[in-house]
Design a protein around this ligand. Structure first.
Ligand SMILES: O=C(O)CCC(=O)C(=O)O
Ligand SMILES: [Fe+2]
Length: 123
């Protein structure tokens, strides 16, 4: 399922099997597996915090049912009461708490079947 991460930063460690893909210039590209490296993905909160300068990357995992893959993810999140707000004066997003954001994402997935994400918080 294509998605962006609803956190600040995601740190991934993957084995040699691969399967992770991300959108670059409107196209899905495979991330070359390297068990000796970590993959750092920018999440939605980082995008909001940077006022859209850094983008939360859309990604998905394409699996091969015949080959097992291992991936370990660390999701860096603030506490639920943390206010997410850009340091820029002309912010493109409303300020919101991490709790509000997660709640909105949960409601959208429940009611619409997919996440709307930061578009909900555009000013
Ligand atoms: O399994 C992976 O490599 C990535 C998983 C992922 O994107 C996620 O859990 O948000
Ligand atoms: Fe993800």
């Amino acid at each position: 399922m294509p998605h962006t991460d609803s956190d600040f930063l995601t740190i991934l460690h993957q084995d040699q099997v691969g399967g992770l893909q991300l959108v670059k210039d409107g196209k899905w590209i495979a991330v070359k597996p390297n068990p000796n490296a970590l993959i750092i993905n920018i999440g939605d909160l980082f995008q909001a915090w940077s006022n859209g300068v850094y983008k939360s990357v859309e990604h998905r995992v394409v699996t091969n049912p015949k080959v097992e893959r291992f991936s370990t993810a660390y999701f860096l999140c603030p506490s639920y009461d943390t206010m997410i707000q850009s340091c820029r004066e002309l912010s493109i997003y409303k300020k919101f708490t991490f709790r509000e954001y997660r709640q909105q994402v949960r409601e959208d997935v429940q009611n619409l079947g997919s996440k709307i994400g930061l578009l909900r918080f555009l000013l």
